[in-house]
Design a protein around this ligand. Sequence first.
Ligand code: HEC
Length: 331
Amino acid sequence: MNRQALGMHLVLLLVAGLLGVKLLLAHDAGPAPASESASPWGADYFPNTLLTDQDGRQVRFFDDLVKGKVVVINFIFTSCSDSCPLETARLRQVQNLLGDRVGRDVFFYSISIDPLSDTPEVLGAYARRFKVGPGWRFLTGDFAEITELRRKLGLFIEGVDNGRSRDHNLSLIVGNQQTGRWMKASPFENPWILADQLGNSLQNWKQPSLADSYVNAPEIRPPSTGEELFRTRCASCHSLGPQDGQGIGMRSIGPDLIGVTEQRDPAWLSRWIREPDRLLAEQDPIALALFQRYERIPMPNLRLDEPSVQAIIAFLHEETARQRTSMAQVQ
Ligand code: HEC
């Protein structure tokens, strides 16, 4: 292996490591520190950066935006044409799923990394274009201070974010300042998973009480076994529909899987998910054609048992139906 290839391998390992950490964090169900003093990240950690929102209101990052709150923070720039609109549309779906709770017990912040161009007016127009509801602020401020804020949130990657690359994959963080639980999330995470984190697990499973009367807050669907399996075992190579990066090279090692339960024979599908290597070895014509089309990268045998395979298929089926109906409404 030459030096360049070795370097590439290290980068890949690092990325895999980061993803692993993310998953671990996301699945950590351990008790959160009870008192605020136990929270490792407070006023002494977060800068109290002065920011201006899309309505021209001035706010302080720590005091006004995160202190004692469950928040989702991402960094965008309005002239970005590829990943940001997708990310904003995705968060828009999460906002819809949380309904009334946004602005009351969950807060959304999109902070510009191009504050010179992104004035409050520009941000306001952008927010209107995406039809964002109340409780979601678009913020601008001083470039150096925003960069510092990104560093503090662990959303600034040296050499990537100050280089020319537009790679901006880890630009979303969700957390609860009071309990000190913070996790990076992929902006391409399934909106139901993000909504579940923001509405359930980060709130320590405390549901909005009747007294709070979140009249329009829908109940948040917890991920099924099939969905969990898909997210952990399949989603690194396969996208699920346009909002998941279909057609723009996200997770495109294998084919997009929306609708696959309708396109393929059920027996073939379950056998393929269970033992793709054997189908290929048997020279199954569909397997051979897919293998040729996908750069001769074989789909791995993930050693799933039959119930897991069926759970995944059920999820793929439900997700296809869901994207046809509710995603269309959310758009
Ligand atoms: C390491 C990447 C990788 C992982 C992980 C992976 N796949 Fe695949 N998958 C592929 C590739 C590549 C193909 C295309 C066929 C080939 O080249 O072998 C494929 C093809 C498929 C197909 C056939 C699509 C069609 O059009 O019929 C299905 C279904 C599928 N995968 C489901 C899954 C499921 C479910 C999981 C998780 C349990 C999974 N894959 C995990 C890479 C992967």
